[in-house]
Design a protein around this ligand. Structure first.
Ligand code: LLP
Length: 425
């Protein structure tokens, strides 16, 4: 379920015509729905038993401060992976005691920043990082709450590039090492070791692998407790997928969430622990679209290229993960309109800058607006200025209101960052 649908022949974001936003803000433009963000957060939070168990929204999916503030008002915390994300979460009003810091390579500077900010938890990825954190916190007279990320050697996810839980992946301490490192951590002066974390991949649609990973977490928890070590928290990561191919049937989202919650009860229900969750895509993915204008059409024997004003630098998922995004015309096609075969591509000078091949769409002309659906997660946050293109503006809709929550940057801002060295001056 999401809040982008056709009314009076025009695609609407909640109560606002997408074409109206495009006319006022220009294209390409990301448009987010407050109602969808809230609904997905609330469905998830209810299913997992918040506030007893905690939701740390994985802000790498979409870190616009307006999105963060919308979720924070519902009680969300943030899963962060850099000093920049911690700063952004704090700036958006997420209190430090609702922030966790994950990530596979944290610098001393970043750990010091996190400790000074007083964040809720650091998710430790290596033994050397544990030692570093303890030294940093001890030097400040503090003990930082932490959990250890375990690699359960169960990978999962929608693409090899987003699988993280296999032992071939760089994430977390190995299962065999976990108990030894955990015991060591219990005696470190700057760390308060509270539990375990895992995250095995993203875009997970089948729960079997997650269940296997959680069973391993359960076994490890019991083993550590058997050795007299306290395990109070289990951070179960994110990773639940969303169906990109059928956004109109989004009822699948809640179904999967319910099955997930039931599976967790089955695997971990008997342990007395606080559970943490780091959903990203599930909350934001379906809450955003990227709207683009057709610049050119280029007919070929078997297809017609539609060259649009959005490019791979604005939405990299198709180029990077062969990801599928539905494409909806902003003007509603007539019910029985004929479909034609199109390849939809951006203006960047590489063939990888293609959003869709052999896609069936109603007849589309220069100047028409198209919406890439399910672009709210890993869209704007993964954008770049490749080809000296400006970052796409972001708009948040709330009922019949909308606001530009990140304006389009200017060429002066972008080009003005370069400096000529004195030998060229
Ligand atoms: N927690 C950790 C430790 C993570 O590494 C991630 C995502 C999440 C939580 C959130 O996962 P989610 O619930 O969103 O699946 N750029 C890729 C996805 C990369 C995911 C990276 N880690 C994409 O566009 O599909």
């Amino acid at each position: 379920m999401h809040h982008f649908d056709y009314r009076h022949g025009q695609l609407h974001a909640e109560d606002i015509a997408v074409a109206k936003i495009a006319a006022e803000v220009g294209t390409p433009v990301y448009i987010y729905s407050t109602a969808t963000l809230k609904r997905h957060y609330q469905v998830f939070a209810r299913a997992i038993g918040a506030p007893k168990h905690r939701v740390f929204y994985a802000m790498k999916a979409n870190s616009n401060q307006a999105v963060l503030a919308t979720l924070a008002a519902l009680g969300a915390g943030a899963d962060t992976v850099s000093e920049g994300e911690i700063r952004r979460a704090l700036a958006a009003g997420i209190p430090a005691d609702r922030i966790v810091f994950s990530g596979v390579g944290k610098s001393a500077q970043e750990l010091a920043f996190a400790v000074d900010a007083g964040i809720y938890q650091v998710n430790i990825e290596t033994e050397s990082e544990l030692e570093l954190l303890s030294r940093i916190a001890q030097a400040r007279g503090k003990r930082q709450s932490a959990v250890i990320r375990v690699n359960p050697d169960v990978g999962a996810g929608g693409h090899a590039k987003i699988t993280t839980g296999s032992s071939a992946n760089k994430f977390g301490v190995s299962f065999d090492e976990a108990a030894r490192i955990y015991a060591r951590a219990a005696n470190m002066p700057g760390v308060k070791m509270l539990g375990l974390a895992t995250h095995i991949g993203s875009l997970i649609m089948e729960l079997d692998d997650l269940e296997a990973a959680f069973m391993r977490m359960r076994d490890l928890t019991l083993r550590l407790r058997g050795e007299g070590l306290a395990v109070e928290r289990l951070d179960l990561g994110g990773g639940l997928g969303i169906p990109y191919e059928i956004p109109e049937k989004f009822e699948h989202g809640p179904d999967l969430i319910e099955a997930y919650a039931a599976m967790i009860e089955r695997t971990l229900g008997s342990l007395d622990v606080e559970r943490g969750f780091e959903p990203g895509r599930l909350i934001a993915g379906n809450a955003g679209i990227l709207v683009t204008e057709v610049l050119q059409t280029n007919p070929r024997p078997h297809t017609t290229f539609l060259v649009v004003d959005a490019a791979m630098n604005d939405l990299i998922r198709p180029a990077m993960y062969e990801a599928y995004h539905e494409i909806w015309p902003v003007k509603q096609p007539a019910a029985k309109s004929e479909r034609k075969t199109y390849d939809v591509a951006g203006p960047i000078c590489e063939s990888g800058d293609t959003f869709a091949t052999a896609r069936q769409l109603p007849e589309t002309k220069i100047g028409d607006l198209l919406a890439f659906m399910t672009a709210g997660a890993y869209g704007a946050t993964m954008s770049s200025t490749y080809n000296t293109r400006l970052l796409v503006p972001e708009v948040l809709v709330n009922g019949s209101e909308f606001a530009v929550v990140r304006p389009r940057t200017s060429f002066d801002d972008l080009i003005g960052l370069d400096r000529l060295p004195k030998w060229l001056g």
